[in-house]
Design a protein around this ligand. Structure first.
Ligand code: TXA
Ligand code: MG
Length: 319
């Protein structure tokens, strides 16, 4: 059952806070679109976001902060990135910057990347984050493949019964997603046009934004990589160990290698998704070159887990 509370109700933020704190999902309005929020430090809470959206693949999520000081705990800001944040936050702008390893966001929220997307929005999302003391991960509150929700009715039409609570703040003022600018390379790149005009950002920065689809001069392969690629090659649906394979088990599968990890002992897909990216980077850290992966059921979150592993199975191509 999905509860719906008007954001101005005296107890609305309190209920939202309790729901988030216990690992639940709350749709929260921002000035751009409604976000489907969960505790960004909990891999299992974040896994439930992907489950609720029915997304067959993992996409990195925006970590919503309450102010610049919080954002700086999670990302490294260059002088230009900071100027951009100061000019447009709180607002309809998301900045991609290098992540501070060990800062505490779940690997799943960042889809394993070394960068992080940070945004300081206006309104109840920022209030909730301030009360929580750390970021909320939130993609747009829509089913996979549908358009972003700009009212509580839109959210309910798509996600009723799949999430715990909708905070109804009426119509979103801007109605399109935030503009995303990456400062992960030496020159700023416009990754997605949105609620803040690119020209306004360029004026503040005093430099042109590179455009991924334009003549902006983006040539380096992988410059816009938005997916983590493990170094190890994986072999799916494995029932045996070959050579120097490492082993990745699921549920009761019993692969045994010199380095063996289980995604979940009980076959719990939420747990498996929550652990996936950190487990893959552990294999890399151990220098494992090939991973034998036990069969993972291709349903629910298993689709996204398999999608991630299929990409790692193929010889590296630009994604
Ligand atoms: O207005 C908005 O931005 C809304 C509200 C809720 O904040 N959120 C939103 O999230 O539109 P979502 O997940 O629908 O879109 C975020 C985009 C995705 O396309 C994702 O690939 C990209 O941001 N993204 C997130 N982290 C990234 C990263 N580290 N590098 C590159 N792209 C990233
Ligand atoms: Mg979206």
């Amino acid at each position: 059952m999905t509860k719906r509370l008007f954001v101005d109700d005296v107890n609305a933020l309190g209920v939202a806070f309790e729901t988030i704190s216990s690992g639940g999902l709350v749709a929260v309005p921002t000035e751009t679109v409604y976000g489907l929020a969960a505790d960004a430090t909990s891999g299992e809470a974040v896994a439930r976001i992907y489950e609720a959206k029915g997304r067959p693949a993992f996409n990195p999520l925006i970590a919503h902060c309450c102010d610049f000081a919080m954002a700086e705990k999670y990302g490294r800001f260059s002088g230009l990135a900071k100027r951009c944040a100061e000019a447009f936050w709180p607002g309809a702008l998301t900045l991609v910057v290098p992540y501070r390893p060990g800062a505490g966001l779940s690997d799943l929220a960042r889809a394993g990347l070394e960068t992080v997307a940070l945004r300081v929005p206006k309104g109840p999302m920022a209030n909730l984050v301030a009360r929580l003391g750390h970021p909320l991960a939130a993609p747009s509150a829509n089913m996979s493949g549908r358009i972003s929700s700009t009212s509580a009715e839109h959210v309910m039409a798509q996600l009723e019964g799949r999430i715990d609570l909708v905070l109804d703040g009426g119509q979103c003022r801007i109605g399109v997603e935030s503009t995303i600018v990456s400062f992960a390379q030496d020159k700023p790149v416009l990754l997605r046009p949105g609620g803040v005009a690119a020209e306004d950002i360029e004026e503040v920065l005093g430099v042109a934004l590179l455009k991924p689809t334009g003549e902006g001069g983006i040539t380096a392969p992988g410059m816009l990589a938005s997916h983590y690629a493990p170094k190890a090659i994986v072999r799916l649906d494995a029932t045996d160990i070959q050579g120097e394979d490492g082993a990745l088990n699921f549920g009761s599968s019993g692969l045994e290698a010199s380095y063996t990890v289980s995604l979940t002992q009980t076959g719990n897909l939420v747990e498996a998704a929550a652990r996936l990216f950190s487990v893959l980077s552990d294999f890399d850290a151990k220098g494992v070159k090939k991973i034998a992966v036990a069969p993972i059921p291709p349903k629910g979150l298993g689709l996204a887990i398999n999608d991630r592993l299929v990409r790692a199975a193929a010889p590296r191509v630009q994604e």
